[in-house]
Design a protein around this ligand. Structure first.
Ligand code: SIN
Length: 295
C-alpha cells in the first residue's frame, strides 16, 4: 500500500465535542503526519467523524491498532469470520432468524467497558447500512463530553466528589436492560460475570494523554459509590448523569453509509437511538482499543 500525502482539515461539529476530519481516505495507510493530526484532533474533540469512507474490514482493524492494543470483548458471537475476534457487528439484522450482530448496544448512556480494570480507550464504528425513513437517517448515536461536564461543575460539587470511587458494573447493565425489556444478547453467563466483576473506579478520571479531568460515571454502568449509602449515592449519580448529558455537552451523529466514527471513551459517554425497526436495517462494524487502568 502507498502512503497517502493528505492535508487534514478539522471541522468542529458541536459546542463541547466532535469534529469532522476531511481530506483523509482511511482505505489508504496514513502517513505519520496525518496520524498525528488525527490523534491531536481526537485529544481535542473526543469524537471524530470521517464521511464517505470505503474500507475493508481488515483496514478498520489495522487502523484501530495504530491507537493501542485491540480488545477482544467477552461476547464473541457477533465477530466477523477470518478477522481479529475484536471486530464485531452492531446490527438489528437477522439471518435465519438469528441476530447477526449486537442489537442492544448503547441503550443507556455509557463509556465502553467501564467495569474492566482496563476499560476501552477508543471505539471505532463504521456504518455499512443505515435505516431510513422518507430519505432521513434513523438510529443516530449521541455523544456527551464528560470533560466539559466536569469543567462546568461547581467548585462545591468538585470538592464533594474529589477522591470518591464509583461502582461500575456489567451485571447492573444487564439488569437495567432486562428491566427495560431490551436485552437481546442473551443472559449474562457465569463466565462473563467472572471476567467482569463489579469494580470501583475513580468518579473523576484524568486523561492519560492530555491530563484533562472528566466525570467517570454513567446511567448504564454505575450502580453505587463506595462508602456512601445507597439512596444518597443513587441521587448523586442521577444528578451527575443528567448534568453531563445536557444538550450543551452533546453531539448527535446522524449516520450515513460510509461514515467512520472514532471516539475517546475517557472523555465521553455515548448512547444509541432506537427509533427504527426491521425491515429498516442497521449494520455497523465495531472494534475497540484497550486503555490502561483508570486514574
Ligand atoms: C455502542 O454503544 O457502541 C453502540 C452505538 C450505536 O450503535 O449507535
Amino acid at each position: 500500500m502507498t502512503e497517502a500525502a493528505e492535508s487534514v482539515e478539522v471541522v468542529p461539529l458541536a459546542e463541547s465535542l466532535g469534529a469532522e476530519i476531511r481530506g483523509v481516505d482511511l482505505a489508504r495507510v496514513a502517513g505519520a503526519h496525518t496520524m498525528q493530526s488525527i490523534k491531536d484532533a481526537l485529544n481535542r474533540y473526543s469524537v471524530l467523524v470521517f464521511r464517505g469512507q470505503h474500507i475493508a474490514q481488515q483496514r478498520q482493524v489495522d487502523f484501530a491498532a495504530q491507537f493501542g492494543p485491540l480488545r477482544t470483548p467477552p461476547i464473541y458471537k457477533y465477530g466477523v469470520e477470518g478477522h481479529h475476534p475484536g471486530l464485531h457487528m452492531v446490527s438489528n439484522v437477522l439471518h435465519n432468524d438469528r441476530q447477526i450482530g449486537l442489537a442492544d448496544a448503547g441503550v443507556f448512556w455509557h463509556s465502553d467497558a467501564a467495569y474492566m480494570e482496563r476499560p476501552v480507550m477508543y471505539t471505532f464504528l463504521y456504518a455499512v447500512e443505515v435505516p431510513q425513513t422518507d430519505g432521513r437517517s434513523l438510529g443516530d448515536t449521541c455523544f456527551a463530553s464528560t470533560a466539559a461536564a466536569y469543567d462546568a461543575l461547581t467548585p462545591e460539587m468538585k470538592r464533594r466528589i474529589d477522591g470518591l470511587r464509583a461502582v461500575q458494573s456489567l451485571r447492573h447493565k444487564y439488569e437495567k436492560k432486562i428491566a427495560a425489556g431490551v436485552l437481546k444478547r442473551g443472559e449474562l453467563t457465569k463466565e462473563q460475570q467472572e471476567k467482569a466483576p463489579d469494580r470501583s473506579q475513580p468518579m473523576v478520571r484524568t486523561h492519560p494523554v492530555t491530563g484533562r479531568k472528566s466525570l467517570f460515571i454513567s446511567e448504564g454502568h454505575t450502580c453505587g459509590i463506595v462508602g456512601i449509602p445507597d439512596i444518597e449515592a443513587k441521587t448523586l449519580l442521577s444528578e451527575l448523569c443528567a448534568f453531563s448529558t445536557q444538550p450543551k455537552f452533546v453531539y448527535r451523529h446522524q449516520w450515513k453509509v460510509g461514515d467512520f466514527v472514532l471516539w475517546d471513551n475517557a472523555t465521553t459517554l455515548h448512547k444509541a437511538t432506537f427509533d427504527y425497526k426491521l425491515p429498516q436495517r442497521r449494520l455497523l462494524y465495531r472494534c475497540t482499543v484497550e486503555g490502561g487502568p483508570v486514574f
